[in-house]
Design a protein around this ligand. Structure first.
Ligand code: ADP
Length: 581
């Protein structure tokens, strides 16, 4: 129930006028059926009298006018409040619920985003927002207020005519409750279990959309295979949903039958009472409508009641995601690297994995040093880089920056002092200026610095700073290598004391790569730089080489030292030597 309380509190906070208006409308609307019953009974009775020539003309007109006024006011109120519900509860509410979700994602530890369990939870929270389940819960649970009020008011009116009218109209709608409760729950469980499949579906779908993959799959001819895989997954998901939907429809049909039977029986009973002269014809007419109102109220009430566990389940998922532990922030201010980064006995495992990506790792990187981290694919280079920057906490051991565990620093300040160019860097369809200065937007108009970063990355004269890049909006399309250089320029532009390059040049020709790295090392003269690579081209340019193997450091030293040692580095160097001639 606490999810419900949170939803109410949020909506009253975000859209107070709409929320209050909705509650008022529900309360007023609840009294309409009872009022209509009383007025229509009077109207019919006076009409009957008029037909029999015992007219009391004024009263007849009065009832007729009242009848119309009630309908008119009810309609106008419903119209106005439906706008309030749509604009306030649904649109505004959903926008805020969505915003909260994305703000939460930004506060999670980066490692949490590698955790499949967290990603599934996020998927379910996303679904709760997308389906507007949270706003629907606000609106839906208001029937708890409205329905009892309608029922009590109507019951009071009906009971005045005959007590028999009550149990019959109530009993005829009970089967709804049972069916929706069972089916509603089942429906939700299917969706919940489907989260990983729906995520896979969304991933496959994204492959068809992304230009790079769409092109590759066409050229290499595996588009048919992937389409097949997508279709199969979609069919599986849909089949499960349809199976539940079918059961749902059948049980609802069954419930409706019961309700109609109940309605028929009620009319029969009140007709009998009328024929016996126990109620007037006016009461008979009004009761027929009153039963219908009562049944409709109960139907809506029970249907909502049945749907609530399902929606509440989504709401719980949503709040379970919002309540996840956020990244802990240290309080120590970070002035930039002063001395060294020191890894002591570090071991690290990705969430859900049994094997260690890094183990038993000791390493010191001194201020101003240029270090190359070398090793084959999967040897743990990227993971090491992420730990160096404090992105992931080690499972064992500690990463000290200037003697202080990295987690003790204020993370925003710490990250401002670090710059990372990832292997899978992003491509921004923005201006050339923005592409460089995104890493320090305060200097968006520092043209001299932007040009310098471009020059250092080997992109001199590529175009005007305000020229749009990328084909998406009709800008200049760059080659893969040029995008990579742009990512490096962005990394260099950031005023950081530490810069990490994680193979952003891997797709370039080895000689071009060496050229760019040479210029990079020159540009990063005053910084501490860590360059991850699986090629040896840059090794003569750096102060030290660290060779990784199976999540450990195999060797460490200068080019000359390692070559002389005749170990892993010497083997890699000899194998790749011919690329650099
Ligand atoms: P490298 O950068 O040297 O290619 P990585 O640091 O990327 O190596 O990977 C080291 C090991 O960790 C590999 O065995 C890889 O499969 C595993 N790994 C990397 N990223 C993840 C992840 N997000 N989740 C689970 N395992 C991962």
């Amino acid at each position: 129930m606490s999810s419900l309380r949170r939803i109410y509190a949020s909506i009253f906070k975000w859209a107070p006028a709409s929320a209050a208006a909705t509650v008022c409308q529900q309360l007023l609307g609840a009294l309409v059926p009872a009022a209509v019953t009383v007025v229509s009974a009077g109207l019919f009775d006076h009409a009957a009298k008029a037909i029999n020539g015992q007219a009391d003309g004024t009263k007849l007109y009065l009832y007729a006018a009242l009848y119309l006024i009630i309908y008119l006011i009810n309609d106008i109120l419903e119209y106005i409040f439906s706008i309030a519900v749509n604009a306030g509860i649904y649109e505004k509410g959903t926008a805020y619920f969505r915003m909260n979700l994305y703000e939460k994602v930004a506060k999670l530890p980066l490692l949490a985003l590698e955790d499949p369990e967290v990603l599934n939870r996020k998927e379910r929270a996303d679904k709760a927002v997308q389906d507007e389940s949270l706003s629907a819960l606000f609106n839906g649970t208001l029937v708890f207020l409205r329905a009892p009020l309608t029922a009590v008011a109507l019951a009071a009116v009906l009971a005045r005519y005959s007590v028999w009218l009550l149990p019959l109209s109530l009993l005829s709608v009970l089967p709804y409750l049972v069916a929706r409760l069972i089916r509603g729950k089942e429906f939700f469980h299917v969706r919940r279990a489907q989260a990983p499949e729906t995520r896979r579906l969304a991933y496959l779908w994204s492959l068809f959309h992304t230009r790079q993959t769409a092109k590759e799959m066409r050229v290499a001819g595996f588009d048919g295979y992937l389409t097949g895989k997508w279709t199969a997954t979609r069919d599986k998901v849909n089949e499960e949903l349809w199976a539940v939907g079918k059961k749902d429809a059948i049980s609802l049909l069954f419930c409706d039958l019961f309700r109609i039977l109940g309605y028929g029986a009620s009319i029969g009973l009140v007709l009998m009472l009328a024929l016996r002269g126990q109620v007037t014809m006016g009461v008979f007419g009004a009761s027929v409508t009153a039963f219908l109102s009562m049944q409709m109220t109960m139907k809506v009430f029970l249907q909502s009641l049945g749907r609530i566990p399902e929606q509440l389940g989504y709401a719980k998922d949503y709040y379970a995601f919002l309540d996840q532990k956020e990244e802990e922030n240290g309080s120590t201010a970070y002035p930039g690297l002063q001395m060294d980064i020191r890894l002591e006995g570090v071991a690290f495992r990705y969430p859900g994995q049994t094997g260690y990506a890094l183990s038993n790792l000791d390493l010191v990187i001194r201020k101003g040093e240029k270090v190359a981290v070398l090793g084959e694919n999967g040897s743990g280079k990227t993971t090491l880089g992420r730990l160096l920057l404090g992105f992931y906490p080690p499972e064992e051991g500690e990463v000290f920056v200037d003697g202080v565990p990295v987690s003790h620093y204020d993370q925003t300040g710490f990250r401002r002092q670090a710059s990372a160019v990832a292997q899978q860097f992003a491509v921004y369809n923005l201006s050339l200026r923005e592409n460089v200065a995104l890493s320090d937007t305060e200097r968006l108009h520092a043209d001299g610095d932007i040009m310098e970063a471009l020059r250092q990355a080997g992109l001199e004269g590529i175009g005007g700073l305000d020229e749009p890049m990328g084909r998406e909006f009709g800008g200049r399309e760059l080659s893969g290598g040029q995008w990579q250089k742009l990512a490096i320029a962005r990394g260099l532009f950031r005023p950081s004391s530490l810069i990490l390059l994680d193979e952003p040049t891997a797709a370039l020709d080895p000689l071009v790569e060496t050229d760019i790295l040479r210029s990079f090392i020159h540009a990063a003269q005053d910084k501490t730089a860590v360059i991850i690579s699986h090629r040896v081209g840059l090794c003569k340019l750096v102060d030290r080489i660290v060779v990784m193997k199976d999540g450990r450091i195999a060797e460490s030293g200068s080019h000359q030292e390692l070559l002389a040692a005749g170990g892993e580095y010497a083997r890699l160097y000899t194998a790749q030597e011919q690329w650099y001639r």
